[in-house]
Design a protein around this ligand. Structure first.
Ligand SMILES: NC(=O)c1ccc[n+]([C@@H]2O[C@H](COP(=O)([O-])OP(=O)(O)OC[C@H]3O[C@@H](n4cnc5c(N)ncnc54)[C@H](OP(=O)(O)O)[C@@H]3O)[C@@H](O)[C@H]2O)c1
Length: 240
């Protein structure tokens, strides 16, 4: 068991996290998966009970780190930490409850998880930390202001962490994954294009992890949208 690569995915009851769990199992990883919906975790575990460990908890609650320690014990150790737990609401009414829910998970719980993970890898002397940010990180967004801002925070945070690691010279890696549209429960926009399946997204994310890429757009052609988005002048952007 100790020869297997091991990964922990935060937020794998559905969507990209679940597809990544399956992708990693296919590639002979032992995987720990988390999320609030225990029944969904149990269903996924049934697919490969010898390779999957589960722990149900809410990442925004005070006992989150206790649950993390608990699943790490079940895995005994791990090399790859993927943060896929995220929330985003279309929020045209600018409802503060929705903004706050987004910030609690995508900013506060995210930061706690990264802090815990980096200390874990620094103590271990190696590891790879991956986060699911978004193309939305590149510009503000009127339909979900906290979502875009929280993704900008995540990507910026990851650059800071990558700089910290570069200074330490330890073999620790970070990958800032920036998906465009992926067909999951979260992708709720009425008009979407270049929508990838979660399986395709997971496969490309796994390939990027293997290549130890620091920043990756999923699917690859979303790099083009990123270039365009960054270049749109405000006079035009405010009308979109
Ligand atoms: N789909 C897209 O088009 C797209 C595009 C760009 C970026 N992303 C990013 O990709 C990541 C994954 O999203 P997805 O599309 O796969 O959506 P999803 O299917 O809704 O998955 C979100 C995951 O996060 C978990 N989660 C949510 N709130 C949680 C909480 N408070 N505590 C613990 N776990 C929590 C959910 O599990 P439970 O509900 O069971 O807790 C679920 O497993 C997100 O960070 C998202 O921002 C997605």
């Amino acid at each position: 068991m100790s020869k297997n690569k091991k990964a922990l995915i935060i937020g794998a009851t559905s969507g990209i996290g679940k597809a990544l769990a399956r992708e990693l199992v296919k590639n002979e990883y032992i995987v720990g998966i988390t999320g609030r919906r225990k029944n969904l975790l149990q269903e996924i575990q049934k697919e490969s009970p010898e390779r999957i460990q589960i722990e149900a908890f809410d990442s925004t609650q005070p006992d989150a780190l206790r649950h993390i320690e608990s699943i790490v014990k079940k895995l005994s150790a791990f090399d790859l930490l993927i943060i896929s737990a995220g929330v985003g609401h279309m929020n045209f009414d600018f409802d503060y409850a929705k903004e706050n829910e987004t910030n609690q998970l995508n900013v506060i719980a995210f930061s706690q998880m990264v802090n815990w993970g980096i200390h874990y890898f620094e103590n271990q002397g190696h590891g790879h930390l991956v986060n699911l940010s978004s193309v939305a990180s590149l510009r503000g967004g009127h339909s979900a202001p906290a979502y875009n801002a929280s993704k900008a925070y995540q990507s910026n945070y990851f650059e800071g962490i990558a700089q910290r690691i570069a200074k330490s010279k330890l073999p620790i890696y970070t990958t800032d994954v920036r998906p465009g549209f992926v067909k999951t429960a979260m992708a709720k926009r009425p008009k979407m294009f270049w929508v990838a399946t979660k399986e395709k997204a997971a496969h490309q994310i796994f390939r990027s992890i293997q290549k130890k890429k620091r920043i990756v757009y999923i699917t690859k052609r979303w790099q083009i949208i990123a270039w365009i988005l960054k270049g749109i002048p405000w006079l035009l952007y405010k009308k979109i």
